[in-house]
Design a protein around this ligand. Structure first.
Ligand code: DAH
Length: 339
């Protein structure tokens, strides 16, 4: 039995020392020390050992077990260390490699122009409000004094969703929504996307942006409108800028006007930019029609107001001297980076 024990121990240690994987070590442990392992089997034959020999043999079996166990532990530690070292070698970071450059984003010319317009009006005490892009015909037309069959509807080729709902063709419905809330006085601008079924060309797009303005208070006159827009034009295009009001017609304002500014390229002398006229058209405006006030529950004998509507792309194209609106929607980084 002693020989057998020696043999088992020797064989086990040899196997342990030559094993190269943690799993193999585990298999060895099971095959020697496990329930059906060789050493355990040997213990079962203790009954054949003479009783006086048993303590001694028992001690020997225990010693062999301890020797195998500690050899296993040691081999495990060695293999573990080796595995860690290999892992570290694989995960080495070359700190001399060039870093990845993150590209910083850039504001779109529309955004820059919008922020400029907002800054000017916020400075005059206006609030910035928003309205829905999917709008009721009722707000987009009806309450703006454009009933069914009105010729002004034909000027704005509208995308209808059904006979009550459409994609707003102008930001003017936000005026109605604001007035209906009933909180007076009002001093607001409403920037946003609008939609018209237009063919794409250098000056048209089926989707573009407008900025609506509305002021309602007691004793608001056309002089307030003129002063406000003159100030806006100076802030936007430079202190020398002059404005000109040309009579026009919008169904929701009376009187109505279109506003031109002196060409900021030639100062009004006439150039290629303003097509020789010295003036550039920038917006539509007027005094809010008494009927519109009434439809929104505001007494036109007590309150009056003015409104205006600017095309955002038009401002961006003028300010940054871009001659094709399509450039604004292509999102070509080489183009956008210039502003
Ligand atoms: N909504 C008009 C359009 O799209 C622009 C406009 C003109 C708005 C005059 C106004 C205004 O508020 O008073 O053509």
């Amino acid at each position: 039995m002693r020989e057998q024990l020696e043999k088992i121990k020797k064989e086990a240690l040899k196997q342990i020392q030559s094993s190269e994987a943690l799993e193999t070590l585990n298999e060895i442990r099971v095959s020697y020390l496990g329930k059906k392992g060789e050493l355990t089997n040997l213990l079962k034959s203790m009954k054949d050992v003479a009783p006086e020999e048993r303590p001694k043999v028992g001690q020997m079996v225990n010693d062999a077990r301890t020797a195998i166990e500690s050899c296993l532990e040691e081999a495990k530690a060695v293999l573990g260390r080796k595995a860690r070292e290999e892992q570290l070698k694989k995960e080495v970071i070359d700190v001399t490699l060039p870093g990845k450059k993150r590209k910083t984003g850039h504001s779109h010319p529309n955004t820059i122009a919008l922020e400029e317009v907002e800054r000017i009006f916020i400075g005059m005490g206006y609030e910035v409000v928003e309205g829905p892009e999917v709008e009721y015909d009722h707000y987009n037309f009806e309450k703006l004094n454009i009933p069914k069959g009105h010729p002004a509807r034909d000027e704005q080729d509208t995308f209808y969703i059904n006979d009550r709902i459409l994609l707003r063709s102008q930001t003017s419905p936000v005026q109605i929504r604001t007035m209906e809330k009933g909180k007076l006085p009002i001093r607001m601008i409403a920037p946003g996307r609008v939609f018209r079924s237009d063919e794409v060309d250098a000056t048209h797009s089926p989707s573009f942006h407008q900025i609506e303005g509305l002021v309602i208070d007691k004793n608001i006159t056309f002089a307030d409108l003129k002063g406000t827009l003159a100030e806006f034009a100076k802030e936007l295009f430079g202190p020398e800028t002059k404005v000109k009001f040309r009579p026009h017609h919008f169904p929701f304002t009376e009187p109505s006007a279109e506003v031109d500014v002196t060409c900021f390229k030639c100062g009004g002398r006439g150039c290629r930019f303003c097509k020789g006229s010295g003036w550039i058209e920038i917006l539509g405006c007027g005094m809010v029609h008494p009927h519109v006030l009434e439809m929104c529950g505001i007494d036109p004998d007590e309150y009056s107001g003015f409104a205006f509507g600017v095309g955002l792309e038009r401002i961006a194209l003028l300010k940054y001297e871009i001659d094709d609106m399509r450039l604004l929607y292509e999102n070509d980084i080489r183009f956008l980076k210039q502003f």
